[in-house]
Design a binder for this molecule. Structure first.
Ligand SMILES: Cc1ncc(COP(=O)(O)O)c(C=O)c1O
Length: 432
């Protein structure tokens, strides 16, 4: 791919000299220094994307609560927390990450910007979040609300909650990451929500403070966001008429990015999204929470790997890399497309059609099938683009493989933010 192929792509990866760079830092030297497979992220782009959302909602009370699940690296949480972002967490582990990223002096403040989502919160996780003083529990069922009330009473800490309502809005995306239809496990049917709020009206230990919604991930059109927030706003007005002091509207995350070769204007996309939400909210006075994940970190990251072997089986040519499905599972799990680019750009290289696969013992362990790439040899470096979201955070140690190291590039400087694991660390919790 030529350098021009990246212009207007919204990615921080571009050719500088004869190699692919991340925000101006060459990937070859990073691969040499830290080894492969290696995740490389542009901290500059992550900050820029967060600022796009913050600016788009300027003039309206709002908090950008980064969805930690997209990429939970402590250094990325630190970067976003320092910009004033909050966090959308889905487990006690993610809460512990926010606290660790904040450090002791800021933990209380940063936890005050945390919303806790998820359909299966345990009593221990609820207790930890109550103790940390989080902003809002996004409650997904009546029985969860009963447990929250009981734990809050036991701990003597009042809990603010929003019901996560299921608006029954369809959004075009992969079925595994669509969440806003009544057929999905998420949330409480919007038609039933008012009655659930009413049941807990006079409870001493839980306070209805918001309404939340999240309709899915990798959604490219803004209309479904507008439709779902429209329904939430109608519910907020009813609840206020019922006497509830509803102060927060949580519109969830889900804004999609470009994984293909098409042009992508992130700023224009955020402004369309903000316009859709603003027109749904109209004159409603409420503190808006949004939970973007993928949009902040997805295009900022690439997975750099080394070609171990190439081989032919019949008609097919395979390029076998040292990265595998355990490092980046999106192609295997969602049939997701990732652009693949050689790190070293060779002018006039012949193209060939190959399958790019990993070393794991599964036929599903592939990154691309029948992909046209410049001819590759053993030892060549490849970058799998747009791997910053749901990459390392969805990785595993399958086949007892060590997960990749991670590097963050900020202001022209590359820093290791996660070193490669060791076998000793992998075996540490086990007993023979
Ligand atoms: C409740 C909630 N909020 C936010 C997100 C982040 O979604 P995305 O990374 O698509 O912005 C998710 C992910 O599915 C989610 O479940």
């Amino acid at each position: 791919m030529e350098a021009s192929g990246f212009e207007g792509s919204g990615r921080p990866f571009a050719v500088c000299g004869d190699e692919l760079c991340c925000s101006g830092v060459g990937l070859r030297a990073l691969a040499q220094e830290f080894g492969t497979p290696l995740y490389v992220y542009s901290g500059d782009q992550i900050a820029e994307r967060a600022r796009l959302f913050q600016d788009a909602f300027a003039g309206r009370a709002h908090t950008v609560c980064y969805a930690v699940k997209a990429n939970s690296a402590l250094a990325i949480l630190r970067l976003l927390g320092e910009m004033g972002c909050g966090f959308d967490i889905v487990s006690g582990g993610e809460l512990a990450r926010v606290i660790a990223a904040a450090g002791p002096e800021r933990a209380r403040q940063w936890c005050g910007r945390v919303v806790f989502s998820g359909v299966g919160k345990t009593a221990e996780e609820i207790d930890a979040a109550l103790a940390a003083g989080i902003l809002l529990f996004n409650v997904e069922s009546e029985s969860e609300l009963e447990l929250l009330a009981a734990r809050a009473e036991l701990l003597g800490r009042k809990a603010r909650f929003a019901l996560r309502v299921n608006p029954d809005v369809f959004a075009e995306t992969h079925p595994y990451i669509s969440t806003g239809l009544s057929a999905h496990k998420f949330g409480i049917a919007i038609g039933l929500a008012r009655a659930v709020y009413a049941q807990f009206r006079d409870h001493a230990w839980v306070e209805a403070a918001g309404v939340s919604v999240h309709i899915g991930s990798q959604i490219r059109q803004v209309e479904p966001f507008q439709a779902s927030v429209d329904r939430v706003v109608a519910l907020v007005r009813e609840l206020r008429a019922d006497g509830f002091d509803i102060r927060f509207v949580d519109a969830g995350g889900g804004l999609g990015i470009e994984y293909g070769a098409a042009e992508f204007d992130a700023a224009a996309q955020v402004s369309r999204y903000a316009e859709a939400l603003r027109s749904a909210l109209r004159d409603l006075q409420a503190h808006l929470l949004i939970e973007p994940g993928r949009f902040l970190v997805g295009q900022a990251g690439a997975l750099v790997s080394t070609v171990l072997y190439t081989k032919r089986n019949g008609e097919k040519k395979f390029v076998i890399t040292d990265a595998a499905m355990n490092d980046l599972i999106r192609p295997a799990l969602y049939q997701a497309h990732h652009e693949i680019v050689p790190v070293m750009q060779v002018a006039g290289a012949a193209a060939e059609t190959v399958d790019v696969v990993g070393p794991v013992c599964e036929s599903g362990d592939f990154f691309a099938r029948d992909r046209e790439l410049p001819e590759l040899e053993q030892g060549d470096l490849l970058a799998l683009l747009d791997a910053g979201a749901y990459g390392l955070s969805l990785s595993s140690n399958y086949n007892t493989r060590l997960r990749p190291a991670e590097v963050l590039v900020t202001g022209g400087e590359a820093k290791l933010i996660r070193r490669r694991e060791t076998y000793e660390e992998l075996f540490a919790p086990e007993m023979v």
